[in-house]
Design a protein around this ligand. Sequence first.
Ligand code: FES
Ligand code: FE2
Length: 350
Amino acid sequence: MNTKTIATFNPDLPVHMTFSEHDWHLLAQHWYPIALARDISEQPTATMLLDMPLVIYKMADQLVVAKDACPHRGVPLSLGHNDGNGIVCRYHGLRFGENGKCNRIPAHPQHKISERFHLKTYAALEKYGLIWCNLTATSDAVANIPEMPYWEHTDFQQLVCPSVDLNCFAGRQLEGFIDVAHFAWVHPDTFGDPENVEVPDYMTTETTYGFEADYISSVGRYPIGTDQRGKDGFQWLRHFEISLPFTATLTIHFPNESKQVIMNAASPVSARQTRLFAPICRNYDKDLPIEDAYKFNLEIFEEDRLIVETQKPEYLPLDLSMEAHFPADRSSSMYRKLLRKMGFSPIFAA
Ligand code: FES
Ligand SMILES: [Fe+2]
């Protein structure tokens, strides 16, 4: 992969950048999920967001997300361990506790600890069973995290699928999630129908957070072969809400007022790596094993893998003249148009 090394030292930028600096600064203004909340403990977990290596740990009930580099000599804190009072660095034992503050320098126990030794921390919080982070927000800023319909409703069951790592750009992945013409071709083994290929017209509407689309068709969403519900000409409404840049929720209206909401939150690890998070809520089949729902949804995402990991170019062309479009692409055309309007490069992210 083409990585650029920042020539001038800037502690707020990643050392190796796969994005242009222009796109990076725009992307860094948004919130992204970086981990499943259930995977986080007092011991350090390493991850990456927008090329920035991050360490996540807990101190009592406090969540700390920081740059995964010791301020002393740059060793990843994720190599260390939490001794109960903070994360102890593997190299010289500096220890970092609440708010990422250094509370011990073993080589000089009597010295006052300068602020230079504190970790660079980031705004972070838990929502929809995920840890969300923003690389530029102040810790007291209002977290502008996409809404998930029905998540808080008491009659809905909440599921948080294991994350999926994909070798593709988040923009390509998100566009695949809102694509309604590929069900018959990519998902015949899960929910698509190879005989049902035509795409009825649908509309998109711009909103404050991005846009929404209502797609009505006869393509069902029960697992193939296991259920006959909704087979008799039922018209399925798929309501998409796309929160720019990389999150979309899909509310599928099933027969008998049943609903399932899937959040597709594509986290941009780098310009060519995406960690996909998918919280789900539903008001039916709540007695079935959660593992079956995880398995079914992961199968669907795995079917998409071949497509999103092989598309060329790997970036998302925001200039609409660069690829061919048909009417069923109404959502993806809107997606590209609005990303361009936000100021992202026409070749996003080359
Ligand atoms: S590099 Fe972390 S304590 Fe020296
Ligand atoms: Fe798909």
